[in-house]
Design a binder for this molecule. Structure first.
Ligand code: MG
Length: 124
């Protein structure tokens, strides 16, 4: 499986990619904002999973989800939002736009693992 990790923090991207490698992902492509993420989708896909930060410069995670879902279905690629936003309203907005799941920062390997199991990407 291949993953796309979109976050404006290089450190966060590294942690997520390391975690995904431990969970069996063969490749992890990184992007620094939603616009770079869309370019990666077009040029380096397919990806079975996108892990997407909410707050980023240029294009935020919400706008990425809206744009990505016009061309890639949930069956083709799961989207997990990584967010510090705790308001239920923000999460439901992302889910309504086509995100499949979310994890709250700071997250643990176990938190990511359980979400990916729920999505059927890895064995439970
Ligand atoms: Mg951010």
């Amino acid at each position: 499986m291949r993953a796309l990790v979109i976050d404006d923090s290089r450190a966060v991207r590294s942690v997520i990619c390391r975690t995904l490698a431990e969970l069996g992902f063969a490749e992890c492509v990184q992007a620094g904002n939603g616009q770079e993420g869309l370019a990666a989708l077009a040029e380096r896909g397919p990806f079975q999973l996108a892990m997407v930060d909410w707050n980023m410069p240029v294009m935020n995670g919400y706008d990425f989800v809206v744009a990505a879902r016009t061309r890639i279905s949930s069956e083709q690629m799961k989207i997990v939002m990584c967010t510090t936003e705790t308001e239920a309203e923000q999460i439901s907005k992302a889910l309504a736009a086509g995100a499949d799941e979310y994890v709250m920062k700071p997250f643990t390997k176990e938190a990511i693992q359980s979400k990916l199991e729920m999505l059927g990407l890895i064995g439970g």
